[in-house]
Design a protein around this ligand. Structure first.
Ligand code: ATR
Length: 276
């Protein structure tokens, strides 16, 4: 039987086994999917052992996403731009690295939440790994503007400059929270900071947010985060957490490994927790 796994440290809380087993059942694919806790300094040995035991592919999570990129023989453009991989596929001596996080985000916003990205003003908060992975998939939708705002302004401007040097259009801009709220409002605001994990509010002016827009927090299972609360107080009507992004990136990986894309709507509904 074909074996898959998610590798991380710690790994106990991972929803990936439940998601991929549900996909396997729904699509009639015979496979095993486990969670592997790897010692932080033994990622390569853990992956090698899994391959030797018949592993066909893995998902990779904290803290191994960078190492996964370095491990692979073939790194996709998405993984290269993100500087990190969240999925590996093994094929003899070859190992392919992919990053489906940004693609999962776009699919959730566009297909599940029904928000067009093309021609809209999109605000992306944070300049870490989560933002890095989201930039190219968001730009592919051709927003009127994609503004990356970060607490440490130099990190946002450096990140944007790096993408411009690689050919990104001028619709991609970067700056600080002080730059927000003075110009036109944003239709779609995405929180890619780690602030929701520590329940910290962001210095986000209400005047930057469009009431008809969507506020999207990449974290999930945390209810109404300070960011979503801020967006709600600013009058934004559509609020979402990142559970749909998680399921959609998993569906992309499943399709990449198995050649069949599972339906996601029912599973997202089942895994969703109330935003209160
Ligand atoms: P990840 O790889 O998950 O994106 P990261 O690289 O540590 O994590 O980046 C975390 C991001 O959250 C950063 O953009 C960070 O801002 P700084 O670059 O200024 O540190 C942002 N962040 C974390 N806590 C924050 C807070 N309380 N307010 C604003 N931004 C915050």
């Amino acid at each position: 039987i074909d074996r898959y796994a998610v590798i991380g440290h710690p790994i106990g809380h991972s929803k990936s086994p439940a998601i991929h087993r549900a996909f396997a059942q729904a699509t009639g694919q015979a496979l095993e999917y486990d969670a592997i806790d790897s010692p932080p300094d033994a990622f390569v040995a853990t992956v090698d052992r899994f391959r030797a035991s018949g592993g066909r592919g893995v998902n990779v999570t904290v803290p191994f996403k960078l190492q996964a990129c370095a491990y692979a023989t073939d790194v996709s453009p998405a993984a290269r731009a993100a500087g990190a991989a969240n999925a590996l596929k093994f094929d003899g001596q070859r190992c392919w690295a992919e990053n489906f996080d940004g693609c999962g985000l776009v699919r959730d916003i566009r297909d599940n939440l029904g928000q067009r990205l093309r021609g809209r003003r999109v605000l992306l908060l944070g300049a870490g790994g989560a933002t890095r992975g989201a930039i190219l998939p968001l730009l592919e939708e051709r927003p009127a503007c994609l503004f990356v705002a970060n607490r440490t302004v130099s990190k946002a401007t450096a990140l944007v400059a790096e993408f411009h040097a690689a050919g990104a259009p001028n619709s991609l801009q970067g700056g600080g929270y002080d730059d927000l709220g003075r110009g036109d409002r944003f239709d779609i605001v995405i929180n890619a900071t780690s602030a929701s994990l520590t329940a910290e509010p962001l210095p986000l002016p209400a005047s930057a947010l469009h009431p008809d827009g969507l506020a999207y927090d990449m974290v999930y299972g945390k209810g109404l985060t300070p960011f979503l609360r801020q967006a709600q107080a600013a009058g934004m009507r559509q609020l979402a957490d990142g559970i749909g992004m998680l399921v959609e990136q998993a569906a992309e990986a499943f399709a990449w490994w198995r050649g069949v894309r599972p339906a996601t709507a029912d599973l997202i509904r089942r895994l969703s927790t109330p935003l209160t």
